[in-house]
Design a protein around this ligand. Sequence first.
Ligand code: FMN
Ligand code: SF4
Length: 552
Amino acid sequence: MTNEELLQIEESNRAELDKFDYELNVCMGTGCMSQHSDKVKAALTEEVAKSGKNAHVRQTGCMGLCAAGPLVLVDPTETRYGYVHEADAKDVVASLGGQSVERLETHLENYFHGQHHIVLENSGHIDPEKIDEYIGRDGYRALVTALTQMTPQEVIEQISKSGLRGRGGGGYPTGLKWGMVAKAGKGQKYVICNGDEGDPGAFMDRSVLESDPQRVIEGMAIAAYAVGASKGYFYVRAEYPLAISRLTISLREARRRGFLGSNICGTTFAFDIEIRIGAGAFVCGEETALIASIEGLRGQPRPRPPYPAVSGLWGAPTLINNVETFANIAPILRKGAEWYAGIGTERSKGTKVFALTGKIVNTGLIEVPMGMTLREIIFGIGGGIPDGRKFKAVQTGGPSGGCIPEADLDLSVSYDALIAAGSMMGSGGMIVMDDTSCMVNVARFFMEFCMTESCGKCIPCRAGTAQMFGLLSKICDGEASHADLDLLIDLCDVVKHSSLCGLGMTAPNPVLSTLRYFKNEYMEHIDNKHCPAGVCACDAKASKKAEVEVTV
Ligand SMILES: Cc1cc2nc3c(=O)[nH]c(=O)nc-3n(C[C@H](O)[C@H](O)[C@H](O)COP(=O)(O)O)c2cc1C
Ligand code: SF4
């Protein structure tokens, strides 16, 4: 495939679409599908046929505003409809060329204002199962350019210059990692895409895979060329059946168009990808556990070094990157490293996709430039806190992260700023809490998650998370003493510094960050047997105990 051939596909695709006066894009991501958007699409198709209107009804991936689903985007007017039901199809089709359907309009301009879509640029605009629609929006240009006009070293230099850092949590510089794998000899090498995404509240990677799978495949193929790999794996959890189905279709389509297989784009480069389905264990997102799982072994981490870049899958040098990291690669090569490095902050370049959930008006998927403040995200794009309640904290980084209080709402989101605030970027979950959330209970929730998901290989994590969970439960129940709190703090230190992998090392973070900002809530539970948010059972237990004492 050459650039000219890509242009031909793009032109015939455009000519096909130009035949229509209108496009009705229906979100068929998991969120909207759970609200029966497939039925909305069928009803719209039927109405279009009946009305004789010259409109094309298309399935797309996620449009972002998941809470308002099913969503329909009408082009060329860019009218956004929310909560669309089958019964609305007639009005939507009748409105084409006239007045929009006022009752369905989302009027959520703020939600999109301030967002910067790079990873999500095609989400909601293309049919994820049609490779030509991806090609029609500059898809595979970057791969063709890399293979025909750049050396592997030049590709790595561009990625390094862009400043892209891994989006899977750690923020490791992507170009540096690619360079290490490239230098690791000339034998068999592998590329793995980490689509495990086990953090509670996170659904960024799932949405990207469901909405624009070819973008991730293109990123992996460019990576394979750069590091000298011939085989790749997608590792996706079994709870993501729609993503797996769309990936399966997309891999077939990419082979059909000659972007996977041998002699790709007429060169000697050969690369193909298989899908491996994970069983949904959080620890299997850790790179060495993931590799063990692909090898058919129990998904448990092993000590590093050696790092996968040197000795990974079946002992071969292996590049492992997150879904969103790969999704950034093609635009960087297409538009240039300088363009990408011009977005974001000094040490956190580009954009970040976040899954905005919890006590927030606009729940959904957003992509913002690094450096945007938490206030802009939560109160601007997110629309603030519902029901007139008061913001209390935002949890970022999942079970490895922490809770950031109101006083830090003006913090600019970047890898370093979040760590300095006692949290971390993680993979992009952002859970907003209002004054009805008890911060001790929140810490207990995440500790229970880590305890349950601990693989049990090393004692500090296996025993430590269980002990910390027990102590947090005691505090929530109003049965803890100051000595229990001291023990909890000591355990945080031990587990953080002596666990084998990131799960154990970061499990204390939600406790440490809530202790840092909300220690008064811990003390209220301990000293006064009172839960200020009214969530924990300690008040009821305390009054019951007082009752018993009076009776006795
Ligand atoms: C317990 C644990 C779970 C993880 N889960 C994921 C995950 O679901 N997805 C992911 O990309 N990285 C996850 N990571 C990070 C990976 O080990 C690895 O650093 C990442 O896939 C590298 O890709 P990146 O450089 O593109 O971020 C996890 C790490 C730990 C310790
Ligand atoms: S830290 Fe926890 S999850 Fe990681 S290896 Fe040890 S027991 Fe397993």
